[in-house]
Design a protein around this ligand. Structure first.
Ligand code: ZN
Length: 491
């Protein structure tokens, strides 16, 4: 894979209020124009099945120059395309898990992959082997297209269309220029950016101070900046393309990580990382809840309250830095070739609903961002496995039981007595499941249980099995056994 690694880094700016206001005006107009362009692009999509970065922008009413509109359009199309590509994945998951017959599934996959849901351009779904020989050829009819659209629209309902109300501007050379300080000039700023405004031929010049962290990173700056708004001021980010780490030599084949809250990470090798993570969150949660109560009592919107926003920001910073720190540490220690994770879901009954929501949203986002980095930087392969029952399964004997817990931290197996940290147990199950071909990320929860129960019963047929009484009192096994021949209960 030759993906590019792009990072955006904040540079402090020293533009005065007059200049800042002019850029904020541009941003406002930019967002408004983005909304209009999006409408046109969606129309194109529903007609043709794709967006067009080079669509004519002349007729779009806006105070922005033509060049600005083009810049805006290409940024937008990037966002829309990534939205659709995610929906295509949802589509595959839905069809895969459905009870449709094999051929219909195949036809739907072809329609989805070729993005012909709306224009019905294909008449046949063709499967070829590597040499180009046709293996399968099926006619696509109206019914398939209708079904495909229904599924796609369902994924739209589950995931709101991207909104451009708060986007930052990604400005390129068409509307922006950036100059580095000339050597020898002592009393000058490190960078100057000029940004086109709504007034023709009157760009504003904004001085920037360097960001030493970003400067040190191995890579090269792109002719590209991000401009966003924060508390009536602007934020400017420079964009850098980073170089891959060449010297990374894996030392561990597979490392499984269980991501939870207490600790934040556990590995199948038995280590626990971020043990104080949750305690700190509970403290912060109490502060946020208290502030929220105060705001509600006084009828103040949280978005208008500086203190509340500061607390939430503190939480986000903490979460992000912990995730980064621990991933880096784990990579440093084990140098894994493959990292196995389960689908992310952190939630804890010890935290308020609000914090659970925050941690679920931002935690997922930061972890996904970090994973992308890890893949790009080190070439580590990251695999997600099906998470069903990994917290109830014993990593020693495979027995599954809701009561396989001593307390929230300790896993204790009812069948074999294995006593182990609950998250390490989870990580070991994740590790094992990565090599279990029978269970894929798309296997339904019910089917996963069936497979695991069957495996357990087959493995422990006879003398080493759990007491019959235990199995017959466990609904997971009872249901399975009552549907099959009574092979276990001969004591
Ligand atoms: Zn066990």
């Amino acid at each position: 894979m030759n993906e590019r690694i792009i990072g955006a880094y904040k540079y402090r700016h020293f533009g005065n209020k007059g200049k800042v206001d002019k850029i904020l005006q541009v941003l406002k107009e930019y967002r408004k124009t983005a909304k209009d362009i999006a409408k046109i692009q969606w129309n194109l999509f529903f007609k043709q099945g794709n967006f067009n970065e080079y669509n004519e922008v002349k007729n779009i009413k806006s105070k922005l120059s033509e060049r600005y509109k083009q810049t805006c359009q290409s940024q937008l199309v990037g966002i829309l395309e990534s939205y659709i590509s995610n929906r295509q994945n949802d589509f595959v998951e839905i069809v895969y898990n459905s009870s449709l017959d094999k051929d219909t599934k195949f036809i739907l996959f072809v329609i989805n992959k070729s993005k012909v849901w709306f224009n019905e351009k294909l008449q046949k779904a063709v499967l070829k082997d590597k040499k180009g020989k046709v293996i399968k050829e099926l006619p696509i009819n109206k019914y398939h297209y209708k079904l495909a659209r229904k599924i796609l629209k369902h994924t739209f309902k589950q995931n709101k269309f991207p909104s451009f109300k708060n986007i930052s501007m990604n400005l390129d050379k068409k509307v922006m220029d950036i100059q580095k300080k000339k050597d020898g000039k002592a009393k000058s700023f490190d960078y100057w950016v000029s940004i086109t405004t709504l007034e023709k031929r009157r760009p504003v010049y904004i001085p920037l101070k360097t960001n030493s962290y970003a400067e040190k990173l191995d890579g090269k700056f792109l002719n590209f900046i991000q401009v966003n708004e924060k508390d009536n001021d602007i934020e400017i980010r420079l964009v850098k393309e980073l170089n891959k780490k060449e010297e990374y030599i894996p030392q561990t084949d597979i490392l499984a990580i269980d991501i939870g809250l207490n600790p934040l990470f556990a590995t199948d090798k038995g280590d626990l990382f971020g043990r104080c993570f949750k305690d700190y969150l509970i403290q912060l949660d109490a502060k946020i809840t208290k502030r929220m109560q105060y705001l509600q009592k006084n009828n103040i919107k949280p978005s208008k309250d500086k203190k509340y926003k500061k607390l939430v920001q503190k939480f986000r910073d903490f979460l992000k830095s912990e995730i980064n720190r621990i991933f880096n540490r784990i990579i440093e220690i084990y140098k894994p070739k493959v990292i196995v994770l389960e689908k992310l879901d952190f939630r804890s009954p010890d935290l308020s609903k609000r914090l659970n929501r925050l941690i679920s949203n931002f935690g997922k986002r930061y972890i996904n961002e970090k994973i992308e980095r890890i893949k790009q930087f080190y070439g580590i392969e990251v695999i997600f496995i099906n998470p069903a029952y990994t917290s109830q399964e014993c990593s020693n004997c495979g027995y599954i039981d809701k009561d396989n817990r001593k307390d929230t931290h300790t896993f204790e197996c009812k069948a074999c007595g294995n006593k182990i940290n609950a998250q390490v147990n989870g990580a070991r199950n994740i590790f094992r499941r990565s090599s279990l071909g029978e269970i894929t990320p798309y296997t339904s929860k019910k089917k996963v249980l069936q497979i695991l129960v069957k495996q357990y019963l087959e493995r422990y047929k006879g003398c080493n099995s759990a007491p019959c009484e235990l199995l017959m009192n466990n609904p997971y096994y009872r249901d399975y056994l009552s549907n099959s021949k009574p092979l276990m209960c001969v004591e």
